[in-house]
Write a protein that binds this ligand. Sequence first.
Ligand code: 8X3
Length: 257
Amino acid sequence: MKNLAGKIVFITGASSGIGRATAHAFAEAGVRLLLCARRLDKLTEIEAGLKAAGALAVHSFELDVSNRKAVESTLGALPAEWAAVDVLVNNAGLSRGLNKLYEDDPDNWEEMIDTNVKGLLYVTRAIVPGMVARQRGHVISLGSTAGHLTYAGGAVYCATKAAENVISEGLKIDLMGTPVRVTSIDPGMVETNFSEVRFRGDTEKAAKVYQNITPLQPEDVADAIIWAASRPAHVNVHNLLLTSIDQANSMVLNRRS
Ligand code: 8X3
């Protein structure tokens, strides 16, 4: 991808799943990778592989995007050679539980809203002013099929992903008159540790989610992100909804038994 080479690409939640696959795909395009996650050791483990894949440089740091003060202080003090972010991938996000709303533990809601909605806002607020000042940039945020159709037990997770869609739409409106682009990438089921996190390490329950269907792989989502990021500068991909062949929406799946 010639038009991505040399760019600074900042990916949140880059240590696993879609974030890690996206880091790899951008590495192959010859970018400079700025990566954060809650666990720095997991990021440093993947740095060598990213450089071998073609990343011009990698700078990793620990950051919990739900911690507003940490986001403001860390992103406000990026090393000068990393500060001019060209592409921001707002990937950090999670789900907790699959319980009836009226029976759920509010701690689950807090964690999802703090990360998926407030974290997205904090990081975007810290990075976008620089993009506007430099007159270049692209904000790519991860939504979900869950933001388009609510499913049982998913009210709050689905609400956070619907919020991501609305925030991306509003950001695009507010950026009119600037060349900064905004994209929401909305995948369906992707085979990552998403369900393990949702069920707090219950691997048996998590495995059932992907039983007898072919889910998307993180690399499929990374491909979509790279495609959106590599369009000519005058093209803004607003929303890209993608599922595997076995999924029509949040609710309709083709389970082969
Ligand atoms: C993840 C997709 O359907 O598991 O955002 O909620 S789903």
